[in-house]
Design a protein around this ligand. Structure first.
Ligand SMILES: N=c1c2ncn([C@@H]3O[C@H](COP(=O)(O)OP(=O)(O)OP(=O)(O)O)[C@@H](O)[C@H]3O)c2ncn1[C@@H]1O[C@H](COP(=O)(O)O)[C@@H](O)[C@H]1O
Length: 105
């Protein structure tokens, strides 16, 4: 669905076999689930602070960090970003049908 997400997911999957000293992601995997969840929480907080500060470039950078760490979480848990994109597409498809019915009805 998204070329960037697909390629990044491949790299994140490959990092499961990498030396923790050679890679940020491999080091995070080695620290375990709690360390990954802590990063997701920190990046979510940093995203909120960036939005409050009103600096658009910072918000984009923090959301990128947040998305990245949620991707690490998904892959570590044996999932793939395509599953999330499919869920969003399903919801969008549903709302699209509702919207169409509302307009025609
Ligand atoms: N897209 C990213 C990416 N986005 C953010 N980050 C890292 O996420 C961290 C963000 O955390 P913070 O903002 O809290 O900064 P920090 O204080 O340096 O963080 P900590 O080291 O304390 O965790 C930084 O260390 C960033 O380098 C990323 N690290 C790696 N990638 C990509 O992931 C792939 C695998 O990376 P490696 O495992 O390093 O090879 C590569 O393709 C990289 O481009």
């Amino acid at each position: 669905m998204s070329d960037v997400l697909t390629r990044l997911a491949e790299v994140l999957e490959a990092r499961k076999a990498a030396d923790p000293e050679s890679s940020y992601v491999a080091k995070l995997y080695a620290k375990g689930l709690d360390a990954i969840l802590k990063k997701v929480g920190e990046e979510a907080t940093e995203t909120v602070m960036a939005a409050k500060d009103g600096v658009p470039e910072r918000l984009v950078a923090e959301v990128a960090d947040l998305w990245f760490h949620t991707l690490v979480l998904l892959v570590q848990q044996g999932h793939h970003p395509d599953q999330v994109l499919a869920e969003l597409e399903r919801r969008f498809g549903l709302s699209g049908i509702e919207e169409k019915a509302r307009r025609s009805g």
